[in-house]
Design a protein around this ligand. Sequence first.
Ligand code: BGC
Length: 749
Amino acid sequence: MTEQRAVRGKSIIKRTMKLILYFTVLSIGLSAQPHLALEQTINRKVDSVLALMTLEEKFGQLNQLGGHGDKITDEQRDLLKKGLVGSFLNVNGAEATKKVQKIAVEETRLGIPLIFGYDVIHGYRTIFPVPLAEASTWDPDLVEQAARVAAREASASGLHWTFAPMVDIARDPRWGRIVEGSGEDPFLGSAMAAARVRGFQGKSLNDPGSIMACAKHYVAYGGAEAGRDYNTVDISERTLREIYLPPFHAAVNAGVGSLMSAFNEIGGIPASSNRLTLSQILRDEWNFKGMVVSDWTSILELVKHGVAGSRPEAGVLSLQAGVDMDMEGRIYLLDLFHALKDGRILLEQVDRSVKRVLRMKFLLGLFSDPYRNCDTETEKQTILHPDHRAMARSVAQKSIVLLKNDKNILPLKKDLKSILVVGPLAESKSDPLGSGHGKGMAEDVVTVLDGIKRAVSAQSKVLYAKGSGIDSIDKRELQKARQMASRADVVLVVAGETARMSGEAASRAELGIPTAQHELIKAMQATGKPVVLVLMNGRPLAIPWEAGNISAILDIWFLGVEAGNAVADVLFGEVNPSGKLPVTFPRTVGQVPIYYNHKNTGRPPSKDYYTSKYLDVPVTPEFPFGFGLSYSTFAYSDFAAASSIGPNESLKVSVTIQNTGNRKGDEVVQLYIRDVVGSVTRPVKELKGFRRISLGPGEKKKVDFLLTSDMLWLYNAKMERVTEPGEFVVFVGGNSVDLLEKSFVLRAQ
Ligand code: BGC
């Protein structure tokens, strides 16, 4: 009898669910409906699903578990069948996601679809340059297209959600995760953040090629003390608002569907229980409507941070602060029930988070088609499509930064008799993928050595000697390299870091090229042959010896599957290098943190003794922010800007750039400002605009920028975002140091 009732109850619910799904299809199908009406419809649907849910099922929706490629465990399957899982991460592939989704849809009481998430950081299977490299393109449109390709492949593999973009500002290259972001600058970082969100999410989350983006790690994760991953962050609210928050705000303004709360604390309050950042700023000030997922067990880690005495306490703190979904910690699943019963959290707080999760599932179209993108045929046709590889190659070409080119030893002639390539990284198939490379496979990678071999003429001989281990001297190899160098016209040393030397939990206290490879570079230089250093790295390195002694240095970061082809394109002049550094290269680790938009201090460095300086090294960097050479040269002239603007006016700035070289080339024109006197101290320079232009040999172009008065913002002593009248300087140029400048006044009226 009871069983019969239960069965009847179940079928009524299933029928109700079907009705809901039917209406959902209708509402989402009406794309001509104004945005607001669609929102209201979705909210109604969300409410009607919520009304059917038990408390356990609600906690289940807030529970995200980590699967294992094409599998989930038996225990996870049991939880799923009970409706206790809202999302899986790390389950991927059209077939695997379909199988697991089927359990959610057909075997749970309410049939609420799962959302599948994965770290699609710089490509899914077609791996693009690491994000720091992509930021070196200073080309948000291109970066958007790269994210679009990643979204297309990931969605064809049954995924709905990427834990990207990583938009953490990083001023400390010891921090290994600097590789996953866009560098040190909030303006460039914001442009890249918005571009990636647009690329991943497309015009609508509901489109087949779209996946939901997740801006991470909210917030200030990059401010880890001493560059040690997960370490304490202690910054002022000003630095938080002026430096670390803008890229997140840009992501929110671009419509990002989710954010991830970070591992770190910020001045005593962990990011995953931080009401200022998660509630006040994100929800109240920015009006963010999407969902927040914790980082992997970051709710549980509140216990180790020492702000929660138990698992339930940790859950209470996070839920109340505004973290909606618990990644892998199972605290929301297991420990909030009693907290609710004894009044430490309110049902409204649980419902609020469940609604946010359901809302995103509706927006993704999962209620109307839970199996969207679970088609193995489409998956096969999409993954590693030749067009995607072509796109990866063009992004890689533009990500390369030429740091030095004395006597124009680059580009090389393709018909040199003999080229010696040395260094263990030259033949590495896995390292060019960089860290966090999704489903990228070493077998897909064109190595630097192979790229060079493919590019040279039939008469040229490409010799290869490993020369050393990554970090172990190999005397025989070294000797072999020396001997081979004597027969070569030029020596290309491919040296630097392996992919595993940056990324999560991969901080370094030293920033040099590992000693064995450094010795190899020195030995090659000692042969007297022309030497080119091809630097592979996931962070700015301190390379004072190389910068002083090697004639040509090409920074290639980790360029993805097309690495070797792109490097060869630049080495042999098929492509004129045009990347610019999104981050400062120090001379030595002792200068860190070093960044271009620092404050002036009361005693800026000068010849006087009692000034802000070092006794043993200059205060200036090895290579500044925004720097990068070309095989052409560019001359800046006719810099024009009005001498004053009114409070709501814009400053028109124009400058003419001429390609004074004899090759076509791209230049990234950069615009900076300085607020000379403010009610609070201001950076010596702040990037406020940039434009990438292409110029033929001898060609001239006028570039215009519009600097609105609103762009001159600062946070005053009361932490209000204001624009203050007074004197400013505007600068233009090809990097953050070599600049033309003009003063102007922002009038009070
Ligand atoms: C990382 C996140 C990542 C998550 C899921 C964490 O360890 O900090 O960036 O998205 O794992 O893989």
